[in-house]
Design a protein around this ligand. Sequence first.
Ligand code: NAD
Ligand code: MG
Length: 390
Amino acid sequence: MQAITILGSTGSVGVSTLDVLGRHPERYQVFALTAHTRVAELATQCRQFRPRVAVVGTSAAALELQGLLRQQGLSTDVLYGEQALCEVAAAPECDIVMAAIVGAAGLASTLAAAQAGKKILLANKESLVMSGQLLIDAVARNGATLLPIDSEHNAIFQCLPHDYKRSLPDFGIERIMLTASGGPFLTRAVETLDSVTPEEAVAHPKWVMGRKISVDSATMMNKGLEVIEAHWLFGAPAANIEVVIHPQSVIHSMVSYVDGSVLAQLGNPDMRTPIANALAYPERIASGVAPLDLAQIGQLFFERPDFARFPCLKLAYDALQAGGSAAAILNAANEVAVQAFLNREIGFRMIDQLIARVMDSVSSAPVTDIAGLLEQDRVARAAAQACITS
Ligand code: NAD
Ligand code: MG
């Protein structure tokens, strides 16, 4: 029996994780669940999964949750705040940590899990994009394991040799091919993009996800963050990571070998597949995902991404090439811009313009420690905010 902490259990990935766990009660028990604000949903999850600890964002939310849990006769300990997230990620009672908080808010708890040597299922791509080598080093130094949940990276993980170690040439690999659906605006006239609404931007054609990643998919910043994520996870240079648009989202990514072989992982677009894969690795367990019916799908299409339509993808490649804290600056500017777009403070096309401006005005520095990284994050956020209010 393995015990798991789910950071961000009320989110899209968190709920899918609980769905998979619920199918295998003989293998997994829940040690801790965490949510930021959705207290009633967290209380319902606690009733079903009986965690030892539940964590929320504020003392007021903690009081509310405690009231709900006591009404139900549950004795779950209730904690709040970032320190508590780090504690449940590092607790000796827990074996596996699902890092499924959205954005930079997930950085500290993901690092805490790495420092405690946990098996980390990484959905929170922003933490790796920001901290890069620092997280990779913390994982290696403390004997932790980092397994990708992002469907593309999980697909690549499945297509790599099982003893793969962070060097494409050593394993006869020529290139990693990340597939991208292209999001909701793949064919929409570019000159009309500035008038898209948050509702249109979050209506992803293939995946049901949280609002932030849905907007990132519409701008293709999500794929840009994934290029950076692939760089750190697999030790792949930017020049060997290609993005291919594949609107059906059936092939989740590919690995191209020097002998001309291309290995792909296919499946219905449902996060429960990568979650089940990483949870049970190297075993296989049922996830609840329906088998793939290729004859019913009929055709698969591919095209190259257009940087004029998707400037955020180019900005992410540029940040990766620039190195240092450039990816953290990109991520911070993107988080501020996406929130402002969702709040209807800026138009859709302002997202990429704002990020480009912040990348120009905040200079990248070497990333040597977390304090320095957080300072770069803070400066980039302030610069992004200034673009919105100016
Ligand atoms: P979501 O918005 O649905 O859920 C986010 C979760 O994080 C919630 O449980 C929320 O309570 C918690 N949270 C939000 N802000 C927080 C804060 N400040 N402090 C603590 N907790 C906070 O997001 P999601 O779609 O589940 O995505 C989660 C992560 O997984 C993201 O990094 C995303 O890029 C990645 N991811 C998601 C999918 C997907 O299909 N949804 C696929 C691949 C990767
Ligand atoms: Mg993905």
